[in-house]
Write a protein that binds this ligand. Sequence first.
Ligand SMILES: NC(=O)c1ccc[n+]([C@@H]2O[C@H](COP(=O)([O-])OP(=O)(O)OC[C@H]3O[C@@H](n4cnc5c(N)ncnc54)[C@H](O)[C@@H]3O)[C@@H](O)[C@H]2O)c1
Length: 382
Amino acid sequence: MSAERIEWVISSCKLLSQIGEEFDGTMPFEGLTIGTAIHLEPKTAALLLTLQRGGAHVVSTGNLNSTQPATVAYLRDRGIQVIGEPTADPVAHAEDLRGVLEARPQLILDNGGDLFTQYLLEPYEGLLGGTEETTSGRDRLAAVRDQLQLPVLVINDSPIKQFAENTHAVGQSVFESYMRLTNRSTQGKRVIVFGYGSCGRGVAANFRNAYAQVTVLEADPVQRLEACLDGFDVSDRADALAAADVIVTVTGAPGILLAADLPALRDGVILMNAGHFPHEIEAEAILAAGSVTTAGPGLETVTLADGRRIHVAGRGHMVNLSGPSPLGNSIESMDLGFALQSRCLEAIARGQADAASVVVPVPKAIDDAVAGAYLREVVGVG
Ligand SMILES: NC(=O)c1ccc[n+]([C@@H]2O[C@H](COP(=O)([O-])OP(=O)(O)OC[C@H]3O[C@@H](n4cnc5c(N)ncnc54)[C@H](O)[C@@H]3O)[C@@H](O)[C@H]2O)c1
C-alpha cells in the first residue's frame, strides 16, 4: 500500500482530524507514554498519530496476523515506536507485548486484552489505566477486574461501537472479504452464521441482503429468538452444516467448528472466522485432515480422502483483516470508535475516570459528544 493511500485513509477520518487539531493546542498526553497492541493498518495509524499530536510518546505493536508492513513503515517514519514485525506466531507476539511494556507506558490502549494481561504478570509503577477495544478483550479483563484496580474503559460497550462498527461495519466487511477472497456468488447460497451478537446480526443481514439463505446458530435462547423474529432460519445445527456453502463464525468463543465436524460438511464449503481470536474454527486441524492446496491469497483448500474439498479463509484468523489487500471495517465506523478511544484516553490522562471504573463502558458524556460531532462533521446536520 502506498503512502498516498494511507494518507487518503487518514484524511478521511474527519473526527480524528478535528480531535488532532484540538490536541495540538491542549496536549492532554504531554509527557506520557501510551502503549498499544492493535491491528496496525491505516485507520489505526490515524488514531496513533492523533494521540501523538496530543503529546504522547506512542509505543505500539500489532495483533496476531493483521499487521500491514506499509503502515508500520509509515508510522516509524513519523516517530511512532513500533515493536516487532508482522507475525502469526503467539510466542513472537508475546515477546512484542513485553517489548511495549518495557517502555512502562502510563496509558494502555488494548485490543483483545493482551497488554493488560501481560501487565498483570509483570506489574510496574505509574500505570494510570487505559482502554480496551473489543468484546473478547472485555471478557478477559472483566475476569481479572479485582487484580487490575485501574480505570479501564471498554470502547466495545459503547452503543456507538455496537451499532456503527460491530453490526454495520463488520457485517459489511466480512461480506466484502467473502467476495474478494472467493469471487463466488451469494444468491441462493446457504450461509451459516454462528453467533447473533452485535457482529453476527450484521453478518447475517449482509448475506441475506445479497440473496443468500441464512441460518443463524446461536447458543443464547434470547438471541436465537431475536434471530428467528428477524426472519432467519434458526433450525438444527446438523442439518445446517450438511447443507452449508459458507460458514462464518463470529461468537468470541473457542471451538465453534471442529475437525470433528468435517464428516458433516458438504463438498466445497467455505469456512471463515470473523471473531477476534483464531480459535473459533479449528483451522490447523482441519487443514491437517487431507492434502492442502492454495486456492488464492488467503484461501486454502484441504482435499479429504473421500474427495470432498473444504476451503479455509485466512487460516481461521479474522477474515476481514486477512487475505489480499485487507480493508477491515469502513473508515467512518473506525473513525467513530477511535474518536471514542481518543476521548477515553484523554479522560484517564486528565484523572476524570477513577479506579472504580475498572472494565466499564465508555462514559455517556463521551458517547454524546462523539455522536454529536459525527452528526455535525460527517452527516452535516446540527
Ligand atoms: N472482525 C472484526 O472486525 C471484529 C470487530 C468487532 C468485534 N469482533 C469480534 O467478534 C466476536 C463477536 O463479537 P460480538 O460483539 O458480536 O459479541 P457478542 O457477545 O455481542 O455476541 C456473540 C454471540 O455469540 C454467541 N455464542 C457464544 N458461544 C456460542 C456458540 N458456541 N454457538 C453459537 N453462538 C455462540 C453468544 O451467545 C452471543 O450472542 C468477538 O470475538 C469480537 O471481539 C470482530
